[in-house]
Each structure stands twice: as C-alpha cells, then as structure tokens.
Design a protein. Sequence first.
Length: 270
Amino acid sequence: YTDDNVTITEDFERIRFFADCNNYISAVRSNKVAKKEFYKFRDGKEMQQVLREVVSDHGLQDLQLTTTDIANLYKIAAYEVAAMEDGSPLPGWVQLFRPEHLYVLEDGYDVSKLKRESSPRSVFWFGHAETLLPLVTKLNLFNESVSSEFGGGEHLTAAGFQSRLKRLQLEDLPVTNLFRSSHIIPFAGNLVFYLFYCPNLDGERQEPSLNDYCLEVRLNEQVVEIIPQAEGLSRPLRLPQVLAHFESCLPSVYNKTALCDQPLSSPPSA
C-alpha cells in the first residue's frame, strides 16, 4: 500500500482559515496586548539568565546577543532535532544550551503560541460532582418539569419512573429534560463557558461593546442550551442576552445573605 493509492486534497483556505483573515492578523497576531505575556517572559529573569550563561559558556561576548537571538537559536536547534535520525549525535545548535535552558526556552515558545494561536484567556475552577451539579441545576439544564417530544413535564419524584423510562432508553445523549446524574456529572465531568469576540462587521467599526461577544456553553464537550430556544433569541447568544436572562444571579442583584442566612429547620423524617 503506497501513497499512490491515497487521494490527497489540499484545502489551505479551510485548514489555515486564519492565515488570510485580516481581522485575525491585526487583532491577534499583531496585537501587542495579546503578546504582552510573551514579551514579559522574553525580557524576564529566566531568559536573561539563559542569555548570560550561553554567552559565558561559549565566549560569545563580542556578538552582543539578545534574548530574541537566543529564542531564534532555540528554534534552529529544534528544527535540527526534528530532522535528525534516531541515535544521531545532537547537532551543534543544541549544544549551545545547557539542559535546563531548554525548559525555559520551551516555556517561552509555549507562551508565544498560546497568545497568538490558541485561547489565551481561560479561567479554570475545579471541584467535585457535588460542586458541578448545583451549577448545572441553577442554569436550569435537564429540567424534568419541561415537556418535550420525549415526554417529561413533571417534577422528578419516586413515583415517576415509568414517565422517565422512554427518555432513559434514548441513545442520543444528553436528553435536554432528563435529569440523569450519571450522564450530567460523569468522572471528570466539566462545564465550559466559551466567550467569543464576534463583532458585527456591517457598517463602520466602533469601539467593542458587550454585544460584540457571544457565549457558548458545553457540558462534557457537548453544546447545551442555557436559554430555551422557545424564547426566540437568535443564535449565537449575545452576552447581553445571557446577562439579562440570568439577571437575578448577577453580583449587583444576588443577595446571598437574604437567600442563605435562614435558620436551619429539622430535616423531614423518613
């Protein structure tokens, strides 16, 4: 079996969709704010130490190298290593660096790539299933009391098994109105809020506003609707629409003291 039997289609416009997007180039790749962390690392103490030690180890004082030169030398070394055969001696470019230098240089490269080609501004919160499930419930997801073509429309009770059975047997998961904790919060369950900058490009460009941002929510890597389609809001959801829908949860409105500081009552008896 050879490559002659494989049809190869080159579609750079699809695969490298960002390469000829002027908006991406100006707003991301050429955005000094987005690359601020890279500049801070490049000029930071770790890179300065690598520079001093490379210059000292090889007597390169006359070259007046900079941390940018060191980063470029690291790239050359990486290309050489990528092309070398297994068991070959390390190329001279690699021998410019001490082993511990490579960790510093790799980290700087990762910071650069993250800021220019990935999702640089992420906030992660970690908890247990009992942490995630109340949040999913607060978002009104998997509400048994909402009817659908698969049934539902009643609150989940001990007597409601038969009304749930049809939905329990569905293979197309998750079912929007089936509160099934094994599917909602499996091991390593996760809830992700993606905030995208999606400005309206019609007309004259203006300063960014909240309406330029869209929100997508994924539970366990699958998109979920946090606002029912029945409300008639356009997709993708604009940030002001989401904030209006969850207005009672906003810090300026939510009153934890009034909601939570109530005297404890005795639990119901079995």
